[in-house]
Write a protein that binds this ligand. Structure first.
Ligand code: GLU
Length: 429
């Protein structure tokens, strides 16, 4: 199979791991496994639209700064574009394009009627005041007014954003079109049409997939030793739910550093400590400080990278001791490291399955909004669990049938469904 050239549309960062190339490599592997038509592969290797806008913002001190905002719409073959909005200094068009492609496969794998997209602004939100962030978010939304909408492209939270930014986006969109449009974003606060269970959803999904994978190995969550990189929206929720289910969380970290406790951390106490200390966990009583690099290589049963991409690389993969790696972040394991882990027989639960709980509850939020009927948390969690377990079983079955690792199995399902829809719809004109 011919390898796709990197698209000029998407750009690249010389000398760095190229996220879009990595995403295309997984797509190509799936295409080969499925014996996909070369033309279909070519279409799926290109994002449909790449939008970059200028965001001029007046800072609190009166200075004006111009930021770049991106939204990449990879595919809408199965339904409206869907995916988060990331605020992080490392955001590039290339990264956002890779993440948009992942969203396409993730939604298809979970059987939810969406395509894939991703947006982002290359800022460290910690360097901006709340009112500056509000102005940035509103201007970004306003610049994208023709590109987003409840039947077109539906943003959601991602790294560096939360329900607060979604409320600003929903309000800006609504003010521009002249009426309230809650369905333009998901992950909103409950007060404006958010769903119960959305905040914990990605972490809950991770817990469910880890639980299922352990069950297949004849184990339960009770007493299992878990290491989590990241203690934000995803890592924090996963830690809490795994702790409640009896797992021993022996180490967690944030960008500032990590903590370790051989007998397991008291996660509810740690959450309270982080809330009092501006999200910092370092210095938590009855724990030892640990560097992020050491944390990844601790001896444990389950390692959950829940921060950013490219954390497990050729450099540290040989020291990884976990039996299960659950990708709560998007793309935390590089292509080469993935090969090594799979060859060693480590169970790698791929991002498009392991972290899909967030977009699943986004979908449930959108459905509730469209039907003007809101459910209690128990129902939301039940519906989400059903979709997650169903996708997990399909991936396991596909893996056995094709004799391939779980990531390739998940990709063949996701890519296969999009390719099928593409050939049924046909090429326009
Ligand atoms: N940002 C999350 C993800 O990567 C959620 C996306 C969404 O809910 O649309 O899956």
């Amino acid at each position: 199979m011919v390898s796709m050239p990197t698209l000029p549309l998407v750009g690249a960062t010389p000398g760095h791991i190229c996220p879009f190339d990595q995403a295309c490599s997984y797509l190509e592997a799936a295409a080969k496994e499925l014996s996909l038509d070369q033309g279909i592969l070519e279409i799926l290797s290109h994002p449909r639209r790449v939008v970059t806008v200028s965001i001029p913002v007046k800072l609190d001190n009166g200075d004006i700064r111009v930021l770049a905002g991106h939204r990449v719409q990879h595919s809408d073959i199965l339904g409206p574009y869907k995916g988060g909005t990331r605020y992080h200094p490392a955001v590039t068009v290339n990264e956002v394009s890779a993440l948009a492609m992942l969203m396409t496969w993730k939604c298809a794998l979970l059987g939810i009627p969406y395509g894939g997209a991703k947006g982002g602004i290359a800022i460290d939100p910690q360097n901006y005041s709340v009112s500056e962030l509000e102005r940035i978010t509103r201007r970004y939304t306003s610049e994208l007014i023709k590109d987003i909408g409840p039947a077109l492209d539906i943003p959601a939270p991602d790294v560096g954003t939360s329900a607060r930014e979604m409320a600003w986006m929903m309000d800006t969109y609504s003010m521009n079109v002249g009426h309230a449009v809650p369905g333009v974003v998901t992950g909103k606060p409950l007060s404006v049409g958010g769903s119960r269970g959305r905040e914990m959803a990605t972490g809950r999904g991770v817990m469910i997939i880890v639980r299922e994978a352990l069950a297949d190995l004849g184990k339960s969550l009770d007493g299992v030793r878990v290491v989590i990189q990241g203690f934000g929206n995803v890592g924090g929720a996963a830690a809490e739910l795994l702790y409640q289910a009896g797992a021993k969380i022996i180490a967690v970290s944030t960008a500032e550093g990590g903590i370790f406790a051989n007998d397991g951390l008291d996660i509810p106490a740690l959450k309270a400590y982080a809330a009092e200390n501006h999200k910092s966990i370092v210095g938590f009583p009855q724990s030892e400080p640990i560097k992020n690099a050491e944390l990844l290589t601790l001896s444990c049963d389950v390692l959950i990278p829940a921060a950013l991409e490219n954390q497990i690389t050729e450099e540290n993969v040989d020291q990884i001791q976990a039996q299960i790696v659950a990708e709560a972040a998007n793309g935390p394991v590089t292509l080469e490291a993935n090969r090594v882990l799979e060859a060693r027989g480590v169970t790698v639960l791929p991002d498009i399955l392991a972290n899909a709980g967030g977009v699943v509850v986004s979908y449930l939020e959108w459905v509730q909004g469209l039907s003007y009927l809101f459910w209690d948390e128990e129902r939301v969690n039940r519906e989400m669990e059903h979709l997650m377990v169903q996708a997990y079983r399909q991936v396991m079955q596909q893996s056995k049938m094709r004799q391939v690792p779980l990531r390739l199995a998940a990709y063949t399902l996701g890519v296969g469904r999009v390719a099928q829809a593409l050939s049924d719809r046909g090429l326009y004109p």
